[in-house]
Every structure is written in structure tokens, then in C-alpha cells.
Design a protein around this ligand. Structure first.
Ligand code: FCB
Length: 509
């Protein structure tokens, strides 16, 4: 894949007006790609038989999403997928991580809708024709609303419906897609959706979040078992999102305990059942009053710990955790006036403290070294002993992009972010952690959940009035990394370089 993208500027670091920096090799077998998710890009809300998911309902609820944005149209990817695949090919992408929409394939969570599968078949065929390896995620948060009406992920019945849906997708695409991940970020589905109230379906119950987490993992395990039984050659797994929780003061036991709770309720609550077949003892102790154990049936943990082949790692930032609130908090909460609470079911005394690092437009600190530490820990404690491959399935940054009159964005902050985080992954590889690939989040600017279209993560700008796609400087830089298999260092040697007090990602240069 050596096709060059259409560029406004040559694919050299000097396009930024700065000297070409030193570079390091990217291993030849390390896969570089981009990720998206169905609800965030497809639009076509009720076309060809699709019915509503919880995100349709939630986004149409006044006050739930910034500016009242919805996924009705999004990036019109349902109709523009061929152009989007051609764009990825022009950028040299090796793999594309996307999700299928449950409500398109099984409207209302019921019988299979052939037209919905037709779309994914067209997409997958066009990826394969373009030499781009499809990486399919079955569940990226868009539960059919009809199933939520019957209890959603707090109901065990949803697990059976998830298996039906997964098998329907496999019936159609099993001969063409070799990497299948069940869930994207069950932390967000369970705890942002059922405990924090910040995501669909918008519940605010610590107990419901835990029950949902258990059932999501049960659905994951069941689907892995069924797909494995059908085809032993498939590469199966799931994607989790992680934080790296450091105590503000490592010598203060209260800060250490707050950081432990965050690690338990975000990372280990999923890792331990999946890799070890048990919930962490300290977590069970902390949440004992919330009834999780009433929902764990005999055999569940055996199903959940069914061996997998691949762990997808989503990393955006780590955090310093203290037992008291900071004087000036990092604030990425969106509630539009809605009632929300902490996503952690039992960590009320855990607070995120700024460390003086540069932040993205999400107010997320830019901390690439956290990714190196995370990968090393995952390898040592979980993936390594289980013989499971690690891939970074999401990493990326939102900035307040400013396009020029041609729609081009000279997004230096994002370019530096990608270089720094890819470097952090290669640092882990150099230290002996066998990470196999990296997917930037996201190919396109898209519907950023409760933030609607207000936050842009794409390496490709989307003009939502015209649907015109324009690769940003970061896309051109990433394409050059893929084409040359060399990673330049961030030009001034630090993540978020050049940001200073200026909004990163913008440039008048
Ligand atoms: C992750 C989600 C993805 C996107 C990024 C910014 O949590 O998986 O859909 O919203 O965050």
C-alpha cells in the first residue's frame, strides 16, 4: 500500500516548517490502522430496517448530549463507506477497526435483518479489496432500545440476545473477517451508562453498573465460546479501556487506597474475571453492599474466563488520584443539566488531581509514558502468562481544530500526540512487551457521545454541513510513518509540544 494521499503539503516533517527530527524504526510486522464505531459515524438511523439503539433514545433526550446533537446523520458513513475506505487506502492504513450495529443487524434485538448485514458485507469486501484488514467489534455501546426496555444489561436475557446477534454477524462474515472482538470498553457501557448517568441509557445506580458489567462479561465469554466452537482459527478477544491510577502522595495511605479503588473498579474488575476467573477480593469487599454476588451464577466465571487470543488496549491518559478534591479540578464531565454521579460504584473519596501536564480539548492530561507502564503491567500480570497478544485498539486526542479556507487543519498538537504515544508503545516493545499494533482513534471527526460533534478526534476533518472529508496534517504525518516504517520523534521532544498556552492543534503558521 504505497499510494500517496492527496496532500496540501509534502509528507515531510518540514511541512510543519521544522527540521526533520530523528526517527526510529517501526517493526515491519507492527500493524498500523485507525478505528471508528458504528453509532459515531454511520447515520442512516431508520434506513433499511434499522431501529433505535439506546444511543438514539439518549441523544434525543433533551439535555443529554451537548447542543442536542444526535447520531441521525453523523458522518453518513452508511452511504459514504466506499469513499471512506478509499481514503484509508490512500493513507496506507493496514487495518481498520470498526463496529457493527446490533440495531441494524437485529432490529429491536430480534430476528436478523439481511439488509443490515448487506451493508457490513459491502464494507468488509471493500476493505479486503483495498488490502485493509478488517477488525470487527460486535458491541460498541449501541444496545437495541427494545432490549433496554426489558432491563438492558441488568437483565441476563440480554446475554442470550447478544449471542444470537453475534452468530448472525458471524454467519455472514465469518469467512472474511479473522479478528473478532466482542466488547468495546465495557467500563463505559456499564459504569458511564448505568452508574454515572453520563452515557446511554443514563441510569445512576452503582448496583446496576456492577450487574451490567457482570452480564457484559458473560456475553463476551459466551460469544467467545460459540465463535471458537465454530472456527478454531479465529482471533478472538475484547477491548478494555484502562487508566493508570497513581496516588497523589504515595506515602499517604488514604491516597494509596483511593488509587487502589480506581484501579480495581476500572481495570481489575474486568481483567481479573477474564484472565483469572475471579473478581478481585478487594473489589468484592468494597462493593459488598451493592449485591453484585447475587448476580454471579455457578459457572459464570468459567464462561467469562474462556481463553482469548487478543486483548485490545484503549489508553487516553492516566491520572493522579487523591482522597481529597483538588483545588482546581480537571473537568471532563458532561451532564447538560442531567443528574450524574461518579462512574465508580464505591470510590466516593477518589478525586483526580491535575499534574500540570498539557491537556487535550477533553481536559485529559497528555501522558504517553503511562501507556508504556500500562502495557508492561498488562503483559506481566495478565496477557503474558495467558499467551494473549496485546494491541492498542484506541489512542487519540481531541483538539479545537481550526481549518483554513480549504478545510485543511495543521493540527500540530494531535500530530505530536500520535508520535509521542506511538513512541511510548515502541518503548514497551523495546522493553520486551510484544505489542502487535496500534489503531488511532479516530479516522474521522465523529459523534463523540455525550459531547456530540463538539469534540473532534479525527485525523480527517469532517465538514458536517457538506460531509467533505479533508485529511489533517496528522493524517499526512501518520501516512508517512506507515509508508516509511519510521517514527519521527515529536519535534521538540515532548508530548503536546508547541501547545503552551495556545490551544493545541491549532496553528496560524
Ligand atoms: C473511547 C470510545 C470511543 C471514543 C473515544 C474518544 O472511550 O471507545 O468510542 O469515543 O473514547
Amino acid at each position: 500500500m504505497t499510494d500517496q494521499p492527496h496532500t496540501h503539503q509534502p509528507l515531510t516533517a518540514s511541512a510543519t516548517g521544522r527540521p526533520v527530527a530523528e526517527s526510529r524504526p517501526v517493526p515491519q510486522d507492527f500493524v498500523l490502522g485507525v478505528a471508528t464505531a458504528a453509532f459515531q459515524i454511520e447515520g442512516a438511523r431508520h434506513e433499511d430496517g434499522r431501529t433505535d439503539s439506546i444511543w438514539d433514545t439518549f441523544s434525543h433526550t433533551p439535555g443529554a448530549v451537548v447542543n442536542g446533537d444526535t447520531g441521525d446523520v453523523a458522518c453518513e458513513h452508511y452511504h459514504r463507506y466506499a469513499g471512506d475506505v478509499a481514503l484509508m487506502k490512500s493513507l496506507g492504513m493496514q487495518s481498520y477497526r470498526f463496529s457493527t450495529s446490533w440495531a441494524r443487524v437485529c432490529p429491536d434485538g430480534g430476528p436478523v435483518n439481511a439488509k443490515g448485514l448487506d451493508f457490513y458485507e459491502r464494507l468488509v469486501d471493500s476493505l479486503i479489496e483495498s488490502g485493509i484488514a478488517p477488525w470487527l467489534t460486535l458491541y460498541h455501546w449501541d444496545l437495541p432500545q427494545a432490549l433496554e426496555d426489558r432491563g438492558g444489561w441488568t437483565s441476563r436475557e440480554t446475554v442470550d440476545r447478544f449471542v444470537d446477534y453475534a452468530l448472525a454477524v458471524h454467519d455472514r462474515l465469518g469467512d472474511r473477517v479473522s479478528t473478532w472482538t466482542t466488547l468495546n470498553e465495557p467500563f463505559c457501557s456499564a459504569f458511564l451508562g448505568y452508574t454515572a448517568g453520563m452515557h446511554a441509557p443514563g441510569r445512576t445506580s452503582p448496583a446496576d453498573g456492577l450487574t451490567a458489567a457482570h452480564h457484559l462479561m458473560l456475553g463476551h465469554g459466551r460469544v467467545v465460546q460459540e465463535l471458537r466452537a465454530r472456527d478454531a482459527a479465529l482471533e478472538l478477544g475484547l477491548t478494555l479501556n484502562f487508566t493508570v491510577a497513581d496516588p497523589v502522595d504515595p506515602s499517604d495511605p488514604r491516597d494509596v487506597d483511593a488509587a487502589r479503588r480506581v484501579d480495581a473498579q476500572m481495570n481489575r474488575v474486568f481483567l481479573d474475571p477474564i484472565f483469572r476467573g475471579e473478581y478481585p477480593a478487594d473489589l468484592l469487599e468494597d462493593v459488598r453492599h451493592l449485591g453484585l454476588e447475587d448476580h454471579i451464577m455457578d459457572g459464570d466465571l468459567d464462561v467469562i474466563s474462556t481463553p482469548i487470543d487478543v486483548l485490545g488496549v484503549n489508553y487516553y491518559n492516566g491520572e493522579a488520584i487523591g482522597h481529597e478534591p483538588p483545588s482546581a479540578a480537571l473537568d471532563d464531565s458532561v451532564n447538560g443539566g442531567r443528574v450524574t454521579r461518579s462512574p465508580f460504584p464505591a470510590a466516593d473519596d477518589a478525586h483526580r488531581h491535575p499534574r500540570g501536564l498539557p491537556v487535550t480539548a477533553m481536559d485529559w492530561e497528555i501522558q504517553p509514558e503511562g501507556l508504556t507502564r500500562l502495557l508492561a503491567r498488562l503483559q506481566q500480570d495478565y496477557a503474558g502468562p495467558a499467551g494473549v497478544a496485546l494491541h492498542v485498539t484506541e489512542n487519540g486526542a481531541a483538539f479545537d481544530d481550526v481549518p483554513d479556507e480549504d478545510g485543511f487543519v495543521d493540527d500540530r498538537g494531535r500530530t505530536a500526540y500520535v508520535r509521542a504515544h506511538l513512541g511510548a508503545v515502541l518503548d514497551a516493545v523495546d522493553a520486551g512487551v510484544p505489542v502487535r499494533g496500534y489503531f488511532y482513534w479516530s479516522l474521522l471527526d465523529n459523534f463523540e457521545w455525550a459531547w456530540g460533534y463538539a469534540k473532534r478526534f479525527g485525523i480527517v476533518r469532517v465538514d458536517y454541513d457538506t460531509q467533505v472529508r479533508t485529511p489533517k496534517a496528522s493524517a499526512l504525518d501518520y501516512a508517512r510513518i506507515i509508508a516509511t516504517r519510521r517514527l519521527p520523534t515529536p519535534w521538540d521532544g515532548s508530548a503536546g509540544s508547541g501547545d503552551g498556552d495556545e490551544p493545541a492543534g491549532e496553528s496560524t503558521a
